[in-house]
Ligand binder design. Structure first.
Ligand SMILES: Nc1ncnc2c1ncn2[C@@H]1O[C@H](COP(=O)(O)OP(=O)(O)O)[C@@H](O)[C@H]1O
Ligand SMILES: [Mg+2]
Length: 319
Protein backbone atom coordinates (compact mmCIF):
# COMPACT_ATOMS: atom_id res chain seq x y z
CA UNK A 1 0.00 0.00 0.00
CA UNK A 2 1.13 3.49 -0.85
CA UNK A 3 2.43 5.00 2.44
CA UNK A 4 0.12 7.14 4.55
CA UNK A 5 2.58 10.03 4.21
CA UNK A 6 2.04 9.99 0.41
CA UNK A 7 -1.73 9.95 0.85
CA UNK A 8 -1.44 12.98 3.15
CA UNK A 9 0.90 14.69 0.72
CA UNK A 10 -1.73 14.24 -1.99
CA UNK A 11 -4.50 16.00 0.01
CA UNK A 12 -3.93 19.46 -1.58
CA UNK A 13 -3.56 18.03 -5.13
CA UNK A 14 -6.77 16.03 -5.45
CA UNK A 15 -9.01 16.56 -8.46
CA UNK A 16 -12.14 18.51 -7.57
CA UNK A 17 -13.16 19.31 -11.13
CA UNK A 18 -11.59 19.78 -14.52
CA UNK A 19 -12.67 22.54 -16.87
CA UNK A 20 -11.71 21.56 -20.39
CA UNK A 21 -14.37 23.05 -22.67
CA UNK A 22 -12.28 21.95 -25.66
CA UNK A 23 -13.40 18.38 -24.96
CA UNK A 24 -17.08 19.00 -25.66
CA UNK A 25 -20.25 19.65 -23.75
CA UNK A 26 -19.94 19.22 -19.98
CA UNK A 27 -22.24 17.20 -17.74
CA UNK A 28 -20.84 17.43 -14.23
CA UNK A 29 -22.18 14.51 -12.19
CA UNK A 30 -21.60 13.90 -8.54
CA UNK A 31 -18.33 12.09 -9.20
CA UNK A 32 -17.44 12.40 -12.90
CA UNK A 33 -16.93 15.33 -15.24
CA UNK A 34 -18.35 14.07 -18.55
CA UNK A 35 -17.53 15.82 -21.81
CA UNK A 36 -19.54 14.66 -24.76
CA UNK A 37 -19.14 15.31 -28.43
CA UNK A 38 -21.04 13.36 -31.05
CA UNK A 39 -21.34 9.76 -29.92
CA UNK A 40 -18.35 9.87 -27.57
CA UNK A 41 -17.95 10.91 -23.97
CA UNK A 42 -14.68 11.66 -22.25
CA UNK A 43 -15.43 10.57 -18.68
CA UNK A 44 -13.09 12.03 -16.12
CA UNK A 45 -13.45 10.36 -12.74
CA UNK A 46 -12.62 13.10 -10.26
CA UNK A 47 -11.70 12.60 -6.61
CA UNK A 48 -15.10 13.85 -5.45
CA UNK A 49 -16.91 11.69 -2.93
CA UNK A 50 -20.66 11.68 -2.59
CA UNK A 51 -22.96 10.10 -0.06
CA UNK A 52 -26.72 10.32 0.25
CA UNK A 53 -26.59 12.11 -3.12
CA UNK A 54 -24.48 15.02 -1.77
CA UNK A 55 -20.90 15.83 -2.77
CA UNK A 56 -18.85 16.01 0.44
CA UNK A 57 -15.31 16.77 -0.71
CA UNK A 58 -12.39 14.92 -2.28
CA UNK A 59 -10.42 11.80 -1.39
CA UNK A 60 -6.80 11.35 -2.50
CA UNK A 61 -6.42 8.94 -5.47
CA UNK A 62 -10.12 8.07 -5.49
CA UNK A 63 -10.74 8.90 -9.15
CA UNK A 64 -7.83 6.80 -10.27
CA UNK A 65 -8.83 3.87 -8.06
CA UNK A 66 -12.38 3.89 -9.44
CA UNK A 67 -11.42 4.29 -13.06
CA UNK A 68 -8.75 1.60 -12.92
CA UNK A 69 -11.07 -0.78 -11.08
CA UNK A 70 -13.77 -0.29 -13.70
CA UNK A 71 -11.22 -1.10 -16.43
CA UNK A 72 -10.18 -4.17 -14.47
CA UNK A 73 -13.78 -5.36 -14.18
CA UNK A 74 -14.73 -4.55 -17.76
CA UNK A 75 -11.95 -6.90 -18.81
CA UNK A 76 -13.15 -9.60 -16.42
CA UNK A 77 -16.71 -9.56 -17.81
CA UNK A 78 -16.02 -8.89 -21.48
CA UNK A 79 -17.49 -12.25 -22.52
CA UNK A 80 -20.77 -11.52 -20.70
CA UNK A 81 -21.94 -8.21 -22.13
CA UNK A 82 -20.72 -5.35 -24.31
CA UNK A 83 -19.52 -2.25 -22.44
CA UNK A 84 -19.20 1.38 -23.45
CA UNK A 85 -15.39 1.45 -23.19
CA UNK A 86 -13.40 2.75 -26.17
CA UNK A 87 -10.11 4.02 -24.72
CA UNK A 88 -8.39 4.88 -21.45
CA UNK A 89 -5.96 7.74 -22.15
CA UNK A 90 -5.21 8.35 -18.43
CA UNK A 91 -5.65 6.26 -15.26
CA UNK A 92 -8.60 8.52 -14.29
CA UNK A 93 -10.15 8.89 -17.75
CA UNK A 94 -12.22 6.65 -19.97
CA UNK A 95 -13.41 7.49 -23.44
CA UNK A 96 -16.74 5.78 -23.91
CA UNK A 97 -19.48 5.33 -26.44
CA UNK A 98 -22.43 7.52 -25.65
CA UNK A 99 -25.61 5.56 -24.98
CA UNK A 100 -29.20 6.42 -24.25
CA UNK A 101 -29.19 5.52 -20.55
CA UNK A 102 -32.12 3.53 -19.20
CA UNK A 103 -33.90 5.79 -16.69
CA UNK A 104 -33.56 3.18 -13.96
CA UNK A 105 -30.56 1.85 -12.12
CA UNK A 106 -30.34 -1.90 -11.74
CA UNK A 107 -29.45 -2.59 -8.15
CA UNK A 108 -28.79 -6.24 -7.38
CA UNK A 109 -28.32 -7.59 -3.90
CA UNK A 110 -27.00 -10.84 -2.47
CA UNK A 111 -27.65 -9.81 1.15
CA UNK A 112 -30.10 -7.62 3.05
CA UNK A 113 -28.22 -4.63 4.47
CA UNK A 114 -27.82 -0.86 4.13
CA UNK A 115 -30.81 1.12 2.92
CA UNK A 116 -32.84 -2.02 2.16
CA UNK A 117 -32.32 -3.26 5.70
CA UNK A 118 -33.29 0.16 7.09
CA UNK A 119 -36.46 0.14 4.93
CA UNK A 120 -37.30 -3.50 5.70
CA UNK A 121 -36.98 -2.88 9.41
CA UNK A 122 -39.19 0.20 9.20
CA UNK A 123 -41.77 -1.76 7.18
CA UNK A 124 -41.09 0.48 4.15
CA UNK A 125 -39.52 -2.00 1.71
CA UNK A 126 -42.77 -2.47 -0.21
CA UNK A 127 -41.98 -0.19 -3.17
CA UNK A 128 -39.92 -2.84 -4.95
CA UNK A 129 -42.98 -5.04 -5.34
CA UNK A 130 -41.13 -7.94 -3.76
CA UNK A 131 -42.72 -10.23 -1.17
CA UNK A 132 -39.97 -10.06 1.44
CA UNK A 133 -39.85 -13.07 3.75
CA UNK A 134 -40.57 -12.30 7.39
CA UNK A 135 -37.91 -12.50 10.07
CA UNK A 136 -34.84 -11.64 7.99
CA UNK A 137 -31.80 -10.61 10.01
CA UNK A 138 -29.46 -7.73 9.18
CA UNK A 139 -26.74 -8.79 6.70
CA UNK A 140 -28.49 -12.12 5.96
CA UNK A 141 -27.75 -13.75 2.61
CA UNK A 142 -30.62 -14.21 0.15
CA UNK A 143 -31.05 -17.64 -1.45
CA UNK A 144 -30.86 -15.92 -4.85
CA UNK A 145 -29.67 -12.39 -5.68
CA UNK A 146 -32.59 -9.96 -5.83
CA UNK A 147 -32.96 -6.93 -8.11
CA UNK A 148 -34.25 -3.79 -6.39
CA UNK A 149 -34.42 -1.15 -9.13
CA UNK A 150 -34.38 2.57 -8.46
CA UNK A 151 -35.15 5.61 -10.55
CA UNK A 152 -32.20 7.82 -11.45
CA UNK A 153 -32.65 11.09 -9.56
CA UNK A 154 -31.27 14.56 -10.30
CA UNK A 155 -28.63 16.20 -8.09
CA UNK A 156 -29.66 16.64 -4.45
CA UNK A 157 -32.68 14.38 -4.87
CA UNK A 158 -32.73 10.80 -3.77
CA UNK A 159 -33.03 7.83 -6.06
CA UNK A 160 -36.43 6.31 -5.46
CA UNK A 161 -37.20 2.60 -5.22
CA UNK A 162 -39.44 1.32 -8.00
CA UNK A 163 -40.94 -2.06 -8.83
CA UNK A 164 -40.48 -4.02 -12.03
CA UNK A 165 -44.24 -3.85 -12.59
CA UNK A 166 -44.15 -0.05 -12.34
CA UNK A 167 -41.17 0.24 -14.71
CA UNK A 168 -43.08 -1.73 -17.32
CA UNK A 169 -46.44 -0.07 -16.66
CA UNK A 170 -44.96 3.43 -17.00
CA UNK A 171 -43.11 2.29 -20.11
CA UNK A 172 -39.77 3.44 -18.66
CA UNK A 173 -38.08 0.44 -20.28
CA UNK A 174 -39.47 -1.85 -23.00
CA UNK A 175 -40.25 -5.34 -21.68
CA UNK A 176 -37.71 -7.17 -23.87
CA UNK A 177 -35.00 -4.63 -23.01
CA UNK A 178 -35.80 -4.99 -19.32
CA UNK A 179 -35.64 -8.77 -19.56
CA UNK A 180 -32.23 -8.63 -21.22
CA UNK A 181 -30.92 -5.96 -18.83
CA UNK A 182 -31.86 -7.98 -15.75
CA UNK A 183 -30.41 -11.17 -17.25
CA UNK A 184 -27.13 -9.32 -17.90
CA UNK A 185 -27.19 -7.95 -14.34
CA UNK A 186 -27.53 -11.47 -12.91
CA UNK A 187 -24.64 -12.74 -15.05
CA UNK A 188 -22.38 -9.80 -14.15
CA UNK A 189 -23.19 -10.11 -10.48
CA UNK A 190 -22.48 -13.83 -10.44
CA UNK A 191 -19.10 -13.28 -12.09
CA UNK A 192 -18.39 -10.44 -9.67
CA UNK A 193 -19.29 -12.53 -6.63
CA UNK A 194 -17.14 -15.43 -7.85
CA UNK A 195 -14.11 -13.22 -8.44
CA UNK A 196 -14.56 -11.39 -5.14
CA UNK A 197 -14.80 -14.74 -3.32
CA UNK A 198 -11.54 -15.87 -4.92
CA UNK A 199 -9.96 -12.73 -3.41
CA UNK A 200 -11.40 -13.27 0.08
CA UNK A 201 -14.18 -10.72 -0.35
CA UNK A 202 -17.95 -10.79 -0.58
CA UNK A 203 -19.58 -8.70 -3.29
CA UNK A 204 -22.67 -7.89 -1.26
CA UNK A 205 -24.61 -5.76 -3.71
CA UNK A 206 -24.01 -3.46 -6.63
CA UNK A 207 -25.64 -1.07 -9.05
CA UNK A 208 -25.48 -1.28 -12.84
CA UNK A 209 -26.35 1.36 -15.38
CA UNK A 210 -27.15 0.25 -18.89
CA UNK A 211 -28.05 2.07 -22.06
CA UNK A 212 -28.89 1.58 -25.70
CA UNK A 213 -26.27 2.35 -28.34
CA UNK A 214 -27.01 1.55 -31.98
CA UNK A 215 -30.04 -0.39 -30.76
CA UNK A 216 -27.89 -2.64 -28.57
CA UNK A 217 -27.89 -2.87 -24.80
CA UNK A 218 -24.50 -1.91 -23.32
CA UNK A 219 -23.13 -1.65 -19.79
CA UNK A 220 -22.24 1.99 -19.09
CA UNK A 221 -20.83 4.07 -16.23
CA UNK A 222 -18.68 2.12 -13.74
CA UNK A 223 -18.93 -1.44 -12.48
CA UNK A 224 -18.15 -3.26 -9.24
CA UNK A 225 -16.32 -0.28 -7.73
CA UNK A 226 -16.50 0.57 -4.03
CA UNK A 227 -18.76 3.51 -5.00
CA UNK A 228 -21.31 1.39 -6.83
CA UNK A 229 -20.95 -1.74 -4.72
CA UNK A 230 -20.69 -3.05 -1.21
CA UNK A 231 -17.78 -5.33 -0.32
CA UNK A 232 -17.29 -7.24 2.91
CA UNK A 233 -14.32 -9.24 4.09
CA UNK A 234 -15.36 -12.89 3.70
CA UNK A 235 -13.36 -14.23 6.61
CA UNK A 236 -15.44 -14.04 9.76
CA UNK A 237 -18.70 -13.12 8.00
CA UNK A 238 -20.66 -16.02 9.56
CA UNK A 239 -19.30 -15.37 13.01
CA UNK A 240 -20.02 -11.62 12.84
CA UNK A 241 -23.48 -12.31 11.40
CA UNK A 242 -24.26 -14.81 14.19
CA UNK A 243 -23.46 -12.31 16.94
CA UNK A 244 -25.06 -9.39 15.14
CA UNK A 245 -21.79 -7.46 14.77
CA UNK A 246 -20.99 -5.01 11.96
CA UNK A 247 -19.37 -6.57 8.90
CA UNK A 248 -15.90 -5.47 7.88
CA UNK A 249 -16.60 -3.10 4.99
CA UNK A 250 -14.42 -1.99 2.09
CA UNK A 251 -16.85 0.37 0.48
CA UNK A 252 -18.74 3.61 0.74
CA UNK A 253 -20.79 2.39 3.66
CA UNK A 254 -17.77 3.52 5.73
CA UNK A 255 -18.52 7.12 4.91
CA UNK A 256 -22.27 6.70 5.37
CA UNK A 257 -21.66 5.24 8.83
CA UNK A 258 -19.30 8.10 9.72
CA UNK A 259 -21.90 10.65 8.62
CA UNK A 260 -24.73 8.97 10.51
CA UNK A 261 -22.86 8.12 13.70
CA UNK A 262 -20.55 11.12 14.10
CA UNK A 263 -22.75 13.82 12.60
CA UNK A 264 -26.31 12.52 12.55
CA UNK A 265 -26.36 13.29 8.81
CA UNK A 266 -28.39 11.04 6.55
CA UNK A 267 -28.98 13.26 3.57
CA UNK A 268 -31.04 16.17 4.91
CA UNK A 269 -29.62 19.68 5.17
CA UNK A 270 -25.96 20.60 4.82
CA UNK A 271 -23.45 17.75 4.96
CA UNK A 272 -20.57 18.18 7.45
CA UNK A 273 -17.07 19.01 6.13
CA UNK A 274 -14.67 16.06 5.88
CA UNK A 275 -11.63 16.25 8.15
CA UNK A 276 -8.25 15.42 6.64
CA UNK A 277 -8.05 12.34 8.86
CA UNK A 278 -11.32 11.03 7.44
CA UNK A 279 -10.16 11.79 3.89
CA UNK A 280 -6.98 9.79 4.50
CA UNK A 281 -8.88 6.92 6.15
CA UNK A 282 -11.28 6.75 3.21
CA UNK A 283 -8.41 6.84 0.70
CA UNK A 284 -6.91 3.84 2.50
CA UNK A 285 -10.23 1.98 2.22
CA UNK A 286 -10.49 2.65 -1.51
CA UNK A 287 -6.88 1.62 -2.08
CA UNK A 288 -7.31 -1.49 0.04
CA UNK A 289 -10.34 -2.48 -2.03
CA UNK A 290 -8.30 -1.99 -5.22
CA UNK A 291 -5.40 -4.05 -3.94
CA UNK A 292 -7.52 -6.88 -2.59
CA UNK A 293 -9.62 -7.12 -5.76
CA UNK A 294 -6.83 -6.90 -8.29
CA UNK A 295 -4.12 -8.61 -6.25
CA UNK A 296 -1.70 -5.87 -7.25
CA UNK A 297 -0.16 -3.03 -5.24
CA UNK A 298 -1.64 0.40 -5.95
CA UNK A 299 1.08 2.76 -7.15
CA UNK A 300 0.56 6.35 -8.18
CA UNK A 301 2.28 9.70 -8.23
CA UNK A 302 1.76 12.45 -5.68
CA UNK A 303 1.04 15.67 -7.55
CA UNK A 304 -1.56 17.50 -9.58
CA UNK A 305 -4.06 15.05 -11.08
CA UNK A 306 -5.41 17.80 -13.32
CA UNK A 307 -1.99 18.48 -14.86
CA UNK A 308 -1.37 14.77 -15.46
CA UNK A 309 -4.75 14.31 -17.18
CA UNK A 310 -4.26 17.34 -19.42
CA UNK A 311 -0.83 16.10 -20.42
CA UNK A 312 -2.13 12.62 -21.26
CA UNK A 313 -5.13 13.94 -23.18
CA UNK A 314 -2.87 16.21 -25.22
CA UNK A 315 -0.38 13.41 -25.91
CA UNK A 316 -3.20 11.18 -27.17
CA UNK A 317 -4.79 13.82 -29.35
CA UNK A 318 -7.96 14.43 -27.34
CA UNK A 319 -7.04 18.07 -26.63
N1 LIG B 1 -21.92 5.55 -22.04
C1 LIG B 1 -22.69 6.48 -21.45
N2 LIG B 1 -23.63 7.14 -22.16
C2 LIG B 1 -24.40 8.08 -21.58
N3 LIG B 1 -24.34 8.42 -20.28
C3 LIG B 1 -23.44 7.77 -19.51
C4 LIG B 1 -22.57 6.77 -20.04
N4 LIG B 1 -21.80 6.30 -19.04
C5 LIG B 1 -22.16 6.98 -17.94
N5 LIG B 1 -23.14 7.87 -18.19
C6 LIG B 1 -23.74 8.84 -17.27
O1 LIG B 1 -22.72 9.78 -16.97
C7 LIG B 1 -22.79 10.18 -15.60
C8 LIG B 1 -21.48 9.85 -14.90
O2 LIG B 1 -21.16 10.80 -13.94
P1 LIG B 1 -21.59 10.66 -12.42
O3 LIG B 1 -20.71 11.55 -11.66
O4 LIG B 1 -21.64 9.22 -12.05
O5 LIG B 1 -23.06 11.28 -12.48
P2 LIG B 1 -24.35 11.14 -11.55
O6 LIG B 1 -24.22 12.14 -10.47
O7 LIG B 1 -25.46 11.46 -12.50
O8 LIG B 1 -24.37 9.72 -11.05
C9 LIG B 1 -23.96 9.42 -15.01
O9 LIG B 1 -25.11 10.27 -15.03
C10 LIG B 1 -24.14 8.24 -15.94
O10 LIG B 1 -25.47 7.78 -15.98
MG1 LIG C 1 -23.06 8.09 -10.87
Amino acid sequence: MIPESSIRAQLPSTLRQLDLPGLGELYRGKVRDNYSRGDRIVMITTDRVSAFDHVLGTIPFKGEVLSRLTLFWFDKVKDLAPTHLIDAPDPSVMVVKRAKALPVEIVIRGYITGSLWRDYQAGKAGAYGIAWPKGLKKDQRFDQPIITPSTKAEYGKHDEPISEAEILKQGLVAPEVWREATAIAHRLFQRGQEWAASRGLILVDTKYEMGLADGKLVVIDEIHTPDSSRYWVAEGYEERFARGAEQEMLDKENIRQWLIKEHGFSGHGQPPPLSDDVRVMLAQKYIEAFERLTGTAFESQVGSVAARIEKNLKAKGYL
